[in-house]
Design a protein around this ligand. Sequence first.
Ligand code: SF4
Length: 313
Amino acid sequence: MVIPMKVIDLTPRGYCHGVLNALAMVKKVIKTESYPRPIYVLGQIVHNKKITEAFNAFGVISLDQTGKTRYEMLDEITSGTVIFTAHGVSKQAIEKAKQKGLVVLNATCRDVTKVHRAVEQKLEEGYEIVYIGHKNHPEPEAILAISDSIYFVENERDVLLLPNLLSEKKLFVTNQTTLSMYDIESVLSILKTKFPHYLFDNEICHATTVRQEAVMKQDKVDLMLVVGDTLSSNSNKLAFVGEHHQKIPSKLIGGVEDIDLAWLKGIDSVSVTSGASTPTKVTEEVISFLKQYKENDPTTWDHQSKLELIDIL
Ligand code: SF4
């Protein structure tokens, strides 16, 4: 008798409140004719290609130009409604959009707004700011637009390049909401040797934290699948935490179609989680496939997605 593979559905996983809010905002604009057309989203409303494609099918134009800031991308827009994404936006970009006569909607997550407030407050109190984040991600872009006196660091090397004069200043350190504690700890330990007087405010959001904790607390399995987009910071972190800290072979997949059947050969157990911007139905399709999969039965091997764009939303 063939023993079926054990499939563990980790919880919590999937959508967070910031993503739900952003999706609801775009859906409302699509349904409400009084919002002027065209409808633009600057960047991807949340970092998931399937969601972006689904909204595009409803006429939403997602402007995402590598190397350009939200502020610069506004040059392309002359009329309509513009929606800023959950990752946050600079005040300058909002002002520019309003001056162009666009209808402006801001889907910035409240957890991201909290970091903006903390940075603004500490600047007013005379602190220099060190912000830990990922290069080319929209969340740091908006934070760095607050002031020229914010130092951006991604890794230990960046910390070593910080000017020595910071040792004589009040120093406030904070971070992008979707990092892992492991990214932050390595940067903080170098900071500690250079500027031991810094004040630190951990801003990894609750949604990111509890999803990572679920990965850390799981029993050992042969494989973990993280359903999420390659652009999604929090999805990448889930795979990183699984692979490097739980020592479980971990794969990031966009959906069931990305599963390589070679990964499932000879394994007894697989766990599944998903990033905060991954549609629930996409993750459910992965779990359903794994539950019926049998290595010795080719009739269970079909893993093409059957989801329609409308299912994604
Ligand atoms: S991952 Fe965290 S910061 Fe980002 S949208 Fe979700 S709750 Fe907000």
